[in-house]
Design a protein around this ligand. Structure first.
Ligand SMILES: Nc1ncnc2c1ncn2[C@@H]1O[C@H](COP(=O)(O)OP(=O)(O)OP(=O)(O)O)[C@@H](O)[C@H]1O
Ligand SMILES: O=c1ccn([C@@H]2O[C@H](COP(=O)(O)O)[C@@H](O)[C@H]2O)c(=O)[nH]1
Length: 300
């Protein structure tokens, strides 16, 4: 068991995801437009010597900022690597095998772009299929806000920038939450929402924690997702529900997360759901997907 190695910071179980969307408003900024005036003068300004030269100072500033962020990320990764609490467990096989019996866990990964409707549909699945909902984003936000967390500032920066938090932290949070649900309520069916978002996470989680049963993928256009996120941003209070962060999150999704979905797809482990329509219609697709995978509704 990993638990004794884990610092108190990460050991505290996350109780609820209901505080997901708090309140505040994010505003869109519009770039000022330049005004063009008709040429009314014959005045020709004298050409200054450096007019055709590239502006050097902004370039230096961009370079310094870029190397600063790179240095920060490298330093963070090194610190995490040396953190005894986050050492990869020396397991020759996963903590759980796939199933719902003793020593087992049943994991369905839930993926899709930012704002695809993953959280909304997970709530339906929890209600009808008796799964536990573990949102990686929610767990990270709870850890970010937890007083005394040594990872809080790092998580905050990654989330605002739409980057993927180093996997050691996320996997440990997920494993803690799973272990807690199993020990407390013997709940062994998990919807892991918004994870894995990067290849290293996918491989490490399946090797060290449990192989997933399948991945439920919500398919919807970027345009629709942007619309949903901006609407949600009016009340969510999330630091990343704004135009600038949304653009960064989309880029990370396409470049970093889609390759994970493609890998699972090649292995025949993805069920796609058309998520363009309203929540009820999308849920019909979810039920069909679960039926296809042999997962039945729980009787009430
Ligand atoms: N099918 C749908 N049609 C229209 N709006 C939807 C639909 N599903 C969810 N929404 C709304 O879109 C927003 C994003 O949904 P949700 O939070 O479920 O997405 P998500 O994929 O979990 O997002 P994130 O990846 O950012 O956590 C919410 O405001 C939700 O109410
Ligand atoms: O595995 C993960 C999952 C999420 N993140 C970070 O959290 C934000 C928000 O995630 P949501 O699923 O939209 O709630 C995401 O943009 C990442 O910055 C992560 O690092 N790793």
């Amino acid at each position: 068991m990993l638990l004794p190695l884990v610092p108190r910071v990460l050991r505290t179980p996350i109780k609820s995801t209901s505080t997901r969307y708090l309140s505040s408003t994010s505003k869109l900024r519009e770039a000022p437009r330049s005004q063009l005036k008709p040429a009314t003068s014959t005045y020709v300004p004298t050409r200054r010597n450096n007019q055709n030269q590239l502006p050097v100072y902004p370039l230096i500033a961009i370079f310094l900022l870029g190397s600063g962020s790179f240095y920060w990320i490298v330093k963070t990764r090194a610190a995490l690597k040396d953190n005894p609490a986050l050492q990869a467990p020396k397991r020759s096989k996963p903590l759980f095998s796939q199933g719902v019996g003793s020593g087992q866990a049943l994991v369905v990964f839930v993926l899709g772009g930012p704002g695809a409707g993953k959280g909304t549909q997970c709530a339906n699945i929890v209600r009808d299929y008796g799964f536990q909902h573990l949102s990686a984003g929610d767990l990270l936000r709870a850890e970010q806000d937890r007083e005394g967390s040594e990872f809080g500032d790092m998580i905050k920066t990654y989330i605002k920038e739409g980057q993927i938090v180093p996997m050691e932290v996320t996997i440990q949070l997920l494993e803690n939450a799973m272990t807690h649900a199993i020990e407390k309520d013997n709940k062994r069916k998990f919807l892991i929402d918004g994870f894995p978002r990067k290849m290293d996470q996918a491989i490490a989680f399946e090797e060290k924690v449990v192989p997933s049963k399948f991945t439920l993928f919500f398919d919807v256009s970027e345009e629709e997702m942007r619309k949903r996120l901006l609407k949600r941003g009016e009340t969510s209070g999330r630091s990343d529900d704004n135009e600038e962060s949304i653009t960064k999150r989309f880029r990370t999704f396409v470049e970093t997360s889609m390759p994970v979905v493609e890998m699972f797809e090649k292995e025949g482990r993805v069920v796609k759901v058309d998520a363009r329509k309203g929540p009820e219609e999308v849920y019909e697709g979810v039920k069909a997907a679960f039926g296809k995978e042999g997962i039945e509704m729980e009787k009430k």
